[in-house]
Design a protein around this ligand. Structure first.
Ligand code: ADP
Length: 385
């Protein structure tokens, strides 16, 4: 285990010198027993993996697929041209000033390439990236340990940053602005604050729910707040072709197009479907063509628009139980026995993008295109909204 993985010498020395054993963050608690800290190490370990290129193994999950297919050069990162241009300027300027880039925030639905951008920024800045996530930082002590373990110039990537709790956010503000860590020792009248200096670092945050981020936190991303857009068909097909090359998959253009059409304009989904289709072709000992893609994805429960069973349940519920809406997110979630956040983060962005639902101040409504997809006549009242 690396030095930093043992819990952080600067922070430990500081705790020992100041005999801090009370309410903080007992040092040993952080390093040995905190679950969230373990998650942190796990993710650091993952982020130190390099792109494996053509090396194939039999691990077969989203995470592994992401690592294998993740672009490791700007040239391989397809689309999001405007963001790339802005980042290039920011990174070049920072390099010239010999200063780490300013803090950056990326937002947009999952699988669009936020984490990949953070990796590319670390690579371009020739520095290490340390990765954690909002829910993994449970206590102020977890964040203190992470921050004091950074080396000068490091990129700290916090995924799902909207899930940081308020106390932790407040510790993050001075760390982002002035690179200091304020720690309160003790309780009541004898409590005192100690300030620790932190190395220069760049925080890269990613979120699928920008609206849940407090405005003080949002305003501290001085390098910029960037929204990732869904990809267009050509870009998705390019991504599928790149991935099939890396994975050694042979297929014709129509097969790539058929996968692309069902990919929800999302690279991660495109890669996932590609691999499932490859498995299907392998097991059936057939060539990978359009017909086979259609068969494989039908079996997987993905329809021609890329909708899965949970998307269909959502639009069917709005149609059948709520007469096409409007229906609030919480009512919809309760009636589907689903988490609100799952609907808001995973299903809704794509359903909105393809125009199957609309968001109105009174709730979600199913559009006539959504009705058409269900094969149901749209009631006239829909036109009122
Ligand atoms: P997010 O962090 O937004 O959930 P990721 O950055 O983890 O998304 O991207 C998921 C996967 O999709 C990556 O591992 C990569 O294989 C692929 N990917 C994402 N964006 C791109 C892109 N612009 N070009 C090529 N592949 C991409």
């Amino acid at each position: 285990m690396s030095k930093s993985a043992q819990g952080g010498p600067p922070f430990r020395d500081f705790c020992l010198q100041n005999k801090i054993t009370t309410r903080i963050i007992s040092y040993s608690t952080i390093s040995k027993f905190s679950n969230s800290y373990r998650v942190y190490h796990k993710t650091i370990f993952m982020s130190n993996h390099t792109n494996k290129g053509e090396e194939e193994t039999d691990r077969d999950d989203f995470e592994f697929l992401d690592l294998t297919l993740r672009p490791s050069k700007w040239g391989e990162y397809i689309g999001q041209e405007n963001i790339k241009r802005n980042l290039q300027i920011l990174l070049d300027a920072a390099k010239e000033r010999n200063h780490p880039p300013e803090h950056l925030l990326f937002y947009g639905p999952p699988g669009l390439g936020k984490t990949t951008l953070a990796h590319l920024i670390a690579k371009e800045s020739n520095t290490q990236m340390k990765t954690t996530s909002g829910p993994a930082i449970e206590r102020v002590g977890d964040l203190a340990s992470i921050l004091t373990n950074l080396s000068p110039g490091d990129i700290l990537f916090i995924d799902e940053i909207h899930r940081l709790n308020k106390n932790i956010e407040e510790v993050l503000y001075p760390a982002m602005e002035s690179r200091v860590l304020d720690i309160i020792i003790g309780k009541g009248p004898s409590a005192r604050t100690i300030q620790l200096e932190l190395p220069k670092f760049t925080l890269v945050g990613a979120t699928t729910r920008i609206s849940m981020l407090s405005s003080p936190l949002r305003s501290r991303f001085s390098g910029g707040v960037f929204r990732l857009e869904f990809y267009n068909n050509d870009e998705i097909i390019e991504i599928i072709k790149r991935s099939s090359k890396i994975l050694g998959i042979q297929m014709d253009d129509n097969a790539a197009k058929a996968i692309g059409e069902r990919s929800r304009f999302t690279p991660r989904t495109a890669n996932y479907l590609l691999k499932r289709v490859r498995d299907y072709a392998q097991v059936h000992k057939k060539d990978l063509n359009q017909k086979l893609v259609e068969e494989a994805l039908e079996l997987l429960g993905v329809d021609r628009m890329g909708l899965n069973s949970s998307d269909i349940s959502i639009i069917r519920t709005i149609a059948d139980k709520f007469a096409g809406g409007p229906v609030g997110l919480n009512t919809l979630a309760a009636s589907l026995a689903e988490e609100e956040s799952t609907i808001a983060e995973f299903n809704e962005p794509y359903l909105l993008q393809i125009g199957f639902i609309e968001r109105t101040p009174r709730g979600r409504i199913l559009t006539h295109v959504g009705y058409k997809h269900l094969g149901v006549e749209s009631p006239k009242k829909e036109r009122l909204f």
